[in-house]
Design a protein around this ligand. Structure first.
Ligand SMILES: N[C@@H](CCC(=O)N[C@@H](CS)C(=O)NCC(=O)O)C(=O)O
Length: 199
């Protein structure tokens, strides 16, 4: 298997760490969707990170779809999502909050770094910022008392929090989200996080 994409993408990093925990053997190719566009397009014309190329050549994309595929193809004892329906609903709700925060952060970053200043639309930036703030407030409360164990909510929460703190710390100040900050600090000390650092 080959995982294509850079680790500063939270979507790539959550898949890399999950692959490690699922015990899969894979090669990581850190191609950029921007700087390595042509090489990336040769592998996946949609140029989306992460892209996972299976051993039979099948090309998968979208981190949640990739993780859904891996979760369905893992050995007993290595699952990263609960089997119990109620616990799965709770974790799915939380992952929705985490991924929305990630999406809003990416939109914020693209708006400021990719769009020329004269073409920015302030009402859209205000909307994205408010969505991000509201989402992080709910997500922070939901992480109170949650164990830093190696499951999908814990992995994705820490990865996305690291991305937010790398890209928009002026919007989402770590001190205002103490449960998220403490959780991420614990998770970043695990070997799988150290092996696949954000940069
Ligand atoms: N929902 C997707 C989002 C993936 C995504 O947007 N990745 C970014 C890199 S962080 C990307 O491919 N950007 C290039 C583009 O969208 O053209 C996932 O979970 O994989």
């Amino acid at each position: 298997m080959k995982l294509i994409g850079m680790l500063d993408s939270p979507y790539v990093r959550r898949v890399a760490i999950s692959l490690e925990l699922y015990g899969k053997i894979f090669e990581h190719q850190p191609l950029s969707v921007f700087g390595d566009y042509a090489r990336f397009a040769d592998i996946n014309p949609a140029v989306k990170a992460p892209t996972l190329v299976l051993d039979d050549g099948t090309v998968l994309m979208d981190s949640s779809l990739i993780l859904q595929y891996l979760e369905a193809n893992t050995l007993e004892g290595r699952h990263l999502l609960p089997r119990d329906h109620k616990a799965l609903a709770d974790d799915t709700r939380l992952l929705g909050l985490v991924l929305a925060a990630s999406e809003k952060t990416v939109q914020h970053v693209y708006e400021h770094h990719l769009r020329p200043a004269e073409k920015r639309h302030q009402p859209w930036i205000d909307r994205v910022t408010q969505q991000l703030l509201s989402d992080c407030a709910l997500w922070n409360v939901a992480m109170e008392g949650r164990d830093a164990k190696r499951d999908q909510v814990a992995i994705t929460s820490a990865v996305v929090w690291g991305f937010i703190q790398l890209m928009v710390p002026h919007v989402i100040a770590a001190k205002d989200y103490p449960y998220l900050q403490a959780h991420a600090q614990q998770m970043e000390a695990f070997a799988e996080f150290i092996k696949y650092p954000i940069k």
